[in-house]
Write a protein that binds this ligand. Structure first.
Ligand SMILES: C[S@@+](CC[C@H](N)C(=O)[O-])C[C@H]1O[C@@H](n2cnc3c(N)ncnc32)[C@H](O)[C@@H]1O
Length: 290
């Protein structure tokens, strides 16, 4: 039976026009160990050709990361069409790479690659896993890694604060000292607002009243006081900063650039079950905001 369009891709296609998606994912191609990769989002991956939902610049960062964690233990959140999972499987040759996705249907292309390369023990996709399911994530790590600490966690998943924070609470304690927790697309909410403002300015400059009114309507909806307020994912970086500022030795560093927020594990102990980020720091100066 043919695989139906994954939910995430269906939602993306409904929300954005293809040109905008193409601006971010230009379709560049590259090859790793005889497997082709395309920088685009399409439900057409095969074991010989994977779609990777990343810009070429981000792919370059992954290749540096693979070099740094070669042979290591990796936990990935967000498989989509298998591109990043296949890339890390081939380029980092990990001792173990465990990847999860909310999507229920397994990806035949990834299963075939794993079988063809004899990676059944080292590359382990788990489908139908919500990144906010703290208990399930902890169980998967414990079952798959048998108590060995992780070298890197990379989250390219929901890009929403609450689910991302829950995964962080489950997985950050399970990193080794010096291990890195990487969160991608941490500024998506900010870029979206910038794009709305730019479109509004353009509609005013061009005297396009209809477009201007529809953008204003969208902005009014964003500020609808009756709707629950959704904090941006960037708040997690601020919380990590506050935690570091309080002098905890469980967190060694927080670095932010245009692609990633990277939070480095320190040597201090953390309770792998009870750790909650918002209990780990005191916000003396009200920096966390809402
Ligand atoms: C941007 S795509 C991942 C792209 C992939 N890492 C790559 O580079 O090709 C995001 C994925 O996260 C999954 N996702 C979204 N929300 C999730 C959640 N709450 N828990 C687990 N997975 C989720 C979606 O199903 C989607 O496949």
């Amino acid at each position: 039976m043919a695989r139906r369009v994954p939910k995430n891709l269906e939602l993306l296609r409904a929300a954005f026009d293809p040109k905008r998606i193409g601006d971010i994912l230009p379709g560049d191609e590259f090859d790793i160990d005889g497997v082709e990769f395309v920088c685009a989002y399409d439900d057409a991956s095969t074991a010989e050709r994977f779609y990777i939902v990343k810009s070429p610049e981000l792919v370059a960062r992954y290749r540096v990361l693979c070099n740094e964690v070669r042979g290591g233990r990796i936990f990935e959140l967000g498989i989509a069409e298998g591109g990043s999972t296949a890339l890390m499987a081939l380029d980092a040759t990990p001792a173990k790479l465990v990847a999860i996705d909310l999507e229920e249907q397994p990806l035949p292309a990834l299963d075939e690659l794993i079988a063809a390369r004899g990676l059944d023990e080292s590359v382990r996709p788990h489908w139908g896993v919500d990144q906010s399911d703290h208990e399930l994530l902890a169980k998967i790590v414990d079952d798959e890694f048998g108590g060995e600490a992780l070298d890197v966690v990379i989250d390219d998943c929901s890009h929403q604060l609450l689910p991302t924070r829950r995964s962080f609470e489950a997985l950050f304690p399970r990193l080794r000292p010096g291990g890195r927790y990487i969160i991608e697309d941490w500024n998506a909410d900010h870029l979206m607002r910038e794009a709305v403002v730019a479109a509004l300015r353009q509609s005013i400059a061009e005297g396009d009243d209809e477009l201007r009114e529809s953008i204003r309507e969208s902005i009014r909806n964003l500020h609808d006081q009756s709707a629950p307020r959704r904090s941006p994912l960037s708040q997690l970086a601020i919380e990590a900063l506050l935690w570091r500022a309080n002098g905890s030795d469980a967190i060694a560093a927080v670095t932010v650039d245009d692609l990633w927020v990277t939070i480095t594990r320190g040597p201090g102990e953390l309770d792998p079950i009870g750790f909650r980020l918002d209990e780990a720091y005191v916000d003396h100066f009200g920096l966390k905001g809402w």
